[in-house]
Design a protein around this ligand. Structure first.
Ligand SMILES: Cc1cc2nc3c(=O)[nH]c(=O)nc-3n(C[C@H](O)[C@H](O)[C@H](O)COP(=O)(O)OP(=O)(O)OC[C@H]3O[C@@H](n4cnc5c(N)ncnc54)[C@H](O)[C@@H]3O)c2cc1C
Length: 451
């Protein structure tokens, strides 16, 4: 959803040393046969131009854009859970905002919003059954205390320069616009009056999948268990992925000219398999972080005029039909285990409710109706995307790590990575700074938020 820069976990231990020229030359002169290949010598083999690992929003958007731009390119998507019970995409809150400080994020969000408003032009497969992703065009309202005003104003300038529809409001203007808002301690607010809001992530994902299939994308129910790789002058390549077909109880090798890893919070684990093939390979610093979302009812405040409210404490809240949903990213010391999807209701009582009740008086007497947990695709380095070519494997691309803001970036990010794969460069938004290499260099690309 949003981030707090002080919850970054040190990534140093996760990252490997930069490759020296000598290392690269040594690598280039090596031929590394893989154990996996011989172990699967009798496996079935499938070939496509592009293989995408992970059929969440990133994988399916990429698949769609490749076929949209280049119909003759064959694309295969491997997804281990076609029901999407635990992936990040279907557990997201679905917010879309241009309230970022990095121009890349602002531009990607604006492109995605434009896409969402024209979704039937892009993704419709049946004119009698129009896609409805339940897009709500209500903006984000970021509130700042005195100490956050400079950041709010600086971010505002960057957002405006990128074409965002945002306005700064003083406490009096805030009270007039949202009479239920307690502005005690609030020095300013920033509201996105256009091109922000929220939508149903599951419906968006299903729309991408239906269109990708209609365009001829091959969608395989299977789990990537390993990779088949080779290193030969001048470069190292991932030849294919070893896939267990879950239903058929069989194994196959899916090879491709280009491979995209879009495995969400499991990208760190997938990169580990590449490291075990070649010690020079780099660990992807994207791992799961558990986040809770609570739904509640308020008898005395109708959510009609309620934006996506971002309190200076980090608590967010928005309307959800007749109810509301809310959440908060925990402090580093509070990070829950990622072994299950259990919800911690004490976290709501102790950390969220006091802030809600303080900011919106009618929320003093609210009742939690239900809650769920999901995993962020959390980039431990800087909570931003990892996007682009792998520094070791020449035909491997990554699209992951958007952390709390990936669902909104999906439509645009898939387009950008498809441009890189098909044309060798970005055209829609230059995402070069999201390159995988920064994971080696330890160069952080931080969002400056006011919370
Ligand atoms: C509680 C919560 C709230 C959020 N709210 C928002 C929000 O308001 N706005 C926003 O923009 N973003 C939000 N996000 C973030 C957003 O959901 C993610 O950034 C985004 O969905 C990531 O998409 P993805 O395709 O990379 O990952 P996923 O959706 O997780 O997809 C990855 C897919 O890869 C598959 N996979 C993994 N490993 C393998 C393997 N070995 N073999 C085969 N398949 C594999 C998985 O099954 C999965 O389906 C939220 C996330 C959570 C958890």
């Amino acid at each position: 959803m949003f981030k707090s820069t002080n919850i970054l976990r040190s990534s140093v231990s996760l990252l490997r040393q930069p490759l020296s020229c000598k290392d690269v030359l040594k690598l280039q002169s090596q031929w590394i046969p893989t154990a996996s290949l011989s172990a699967t010598a009798n496996s079935e083999q499938f070939k496509s131009d592009v293989l995408i690992i992970g059929g969440g929003i990133m994988g399916l958007s990429t698949a769609f854009w490749i076929k949209h731009s280049s119909p003759s390119t064959s694309v295969t998507v491997i997804e281990k859970d076609p029901k999407y019970t635990t992936c990040s995409t279907t557990r997201a809150v679905g917010g879309i905002r241009s309230h970022f400080s990095l121009p890349e994020n602002i531009k990607l969000s604006l492109h995605s919003f434009d896409f969402l408003t024209k979704i039937n032009d892009y993704l419709n497969v049946d004119p009698d059954d129009l896609i409805d992703i339940a897009l709500v065009r209500k903006g984000y309202l970021y509130l700042a205390t005195e100490s956050g005003v400079d950041t709010l104003v600086n971010n505002h300038k960057i957002q405006k320069s990128c074409g965002a529809s945002v306005e700064l409001l003083d406490p009096q203007q805030l009270s007039v616009r949202w009479p239920w808002l307690n502005t005690n301690g609030i020095a300013a607010g920033s509201y996105g009056f256009d091109k922000e809001g929220w939508f149903d992530p599951h419906r968006l994902l299903m729309a991408f999948r239906a269109k990708a299939l209609a365009l001829g994308v091959k969608y395989v129910h299977g789990i990537v268990t390993d990779f088949s790789c080779s290193c030969e002058t001048p470069s190292c390549k991932v030849n294919g992925a070893i896939v267990d077909h879950i239903k058929q109880n069989s194994q196959a090798i899916y090879s491709a000219e280009s491979i995209v890893i879009a495995g969400g919070s499991e990208c760190g684990a997938l990169s580990n398999k590449l490291v075990s093939q070649n010690a020079k390979s780099i660990l992807c610093p994207v791992n799961p972080r558990k986040r809770y979302v609570y739904s509640f009812k308020c008898e005395t405040l109708n959510g009609q005029n309620f934006p996506m409210l971002i309190d200076p404490s980090g608590v967010y809240c928005r309307g959800d039909g007749d109810n509301y949903i809310t959440g908060l990213s925990p402090e580093e010391s509070e990070e829950p285990q990622t072994t299950d999807f259990e919800v911690d209701y004490d976290f709501f009582d102790q950390r969220i409710w006091p802030q809600l009740a303080e900011r919106v008086k009618p929320f003093e007497s609210i009742k939690v109706l239900s809650a769920w947990a999901g995993y962020y695709d959390f980039n431990e380095l800087d909570e931003n995307a990892i996007m682009g070519q792998d520094p070791v494997w020449s035909n491997l691309y990554w699209l992951t790590g958007f952390s709390g803001h990936g669902i909104q970036m999906g439509p645009a990010a898939g387009k950008c990575i498809s441009e890189l794969i098909l044309n060798g460069k970005y055209s829609t938004v230059d995402c070069t700074r999201f390159r995988f290499n920064r994971a080696i260099e330890g160069e952080k690309l931080l969002e400056v938020n006011i919370i």
